[in-house]
Design a protein around this ligand. Structure first.
Ligand SMILES: CC(C)CCC(=O)N[C@H](Cc1ccc(NC(=O)CCc2ccc(Cl)cc2)cc1)C(=O)N1CCC(C)CC1
Length: 278
């Protein structure tokens, strides 16, 4: 039963920016406001606008450029990709901070959600810079295929990343749908060692109402279960990344501990996260 200060006139409850997920169920007005703010956050932290990526779609690497990448040493190419990955993760951290209610969570829970979810959102967002017509991905200003990453020494992971990008592109998500899906991937109450699981669960419920409202509006309810099915593929692709990182750090310990971008090291290694950059 809403407290008196939460009801104004015809039973419409006031929107409390402190806790945007109460009261539940949200009124239509609240849902629309939540959707708009998440879409805005996604757009403002998307790293590249779709128009920019579209304009570059056919800017491919030359044979010489591809050869130059393939001639890089394993650890050099790994460093290069780790920098790109850290960059992408930092934009996702910015996106998370702008999800209504995220800053209201405890610091540790914010870090827990980011430590486990940001890589998943990077892989969702990658859809935007993938060209399914020639199976190329945006990297260093141009589009390259898996052959570009040969010197990484993890062909199986590359194939998995590209296959996933193909399957995500097949859903043809709009930016709004991607924004909502990304927030659902991040706000996951099942993550281990959350302190206030209930609060994350309430956020999650509100976001689920938003996504189904949006899919209903777009007349694409069938997308709902397809998106939820993607979550398990996302999680396995992330653990494959972490596995490869462990393999790499066994063989090149100095590189990981001295050169790897700090944020990336914290996100994907087991040592306690400081991430005061939150
Ligand atoms: C333009 C925006 C809309 C989106 C920008 C964007 O999505 N950037 C990604 C970020 C990225 C970078 C690297 C990976 N993975 C790997 O390199 C696998 C090996 C590996 C594992 C672990 C470590 Cl530490 C280092 C290398 C995943 C994602 C990007 O730069 N990409 C896409 C994926 C290919 C493989 C590289 C180029």
């Amino acid at each position: 039963q809403p407290s008196p200060d939460q009801t104004i006139g015809m039973g419409i409850r006031s929107y409390d920016p402190e806790d945007p997920y109460c009261p539940y169920p949200p009124s239509l007005l609240h849902i629309e406001e939540l959707c708009d703010s998440i879409v805005r956050s996604h757009r403002d932290t998307s790293q590249f606008r779709l128009e920019e990526l579209q304009a570059l779609r056919w800017k491919l690497f030359s044979r010489e450029e591809i050869h130059a990448y393939q001639s890089k040493s394993v650890d050099e190419m790994w460093q290069h990709c780790a920098v790109r990955l850290t960059e992408a993760v930092q934009y996702v951290v910015e996106f998370a901070k702008r999800i209504p209610g995220f800053r209201g969570l405890g610091q540790n829970d914010q870090i827990t959600l980011l430590k486990t979810g940001s890589m998943e959102v990077v892989l969702v967002r990658m859809t935007r810079c993938f060209n399914t017509e020639n199976s190329t991905v945006f990297f260093d200003g141009k589009f390259g295929s898996t052959e570009l990453f040969k010197s990484l020494g993890c062909g199986d992971l590359m194939v998995a990343v590209f296959d996933f990008a193909h399957s995500m592109c097949a859903l043809r998500l709009t930016e709004q749908q991607m924004a909502l899906f990304s927030s659902l991937v991040l706000i996951n109450p099942d993550r281990p060692c959350l302190e206030d699981r209930g609060r994350v669960h309430r956020m999650r419920r509100g976001l689920e109402v938003c996504l189904s409202h949006m899919l209903h509006r777009d007349n694409q309810e069938s997308l709902q279960h397809k998106l939820y099915q993607k979550v398990s593929v996302l999680q396995s692709l992330c653990s494959l990344h972490v596995e490869k990182l462990h393999w790499f750090s066994q063989r090149y310990p100095l590189t990981v501990h001295s050169v790897f971008p700090p944020l990336y090291k914290e996100l994907f290694t087991s040592d306690l996260p400081s991430m005061d950059s939150l």
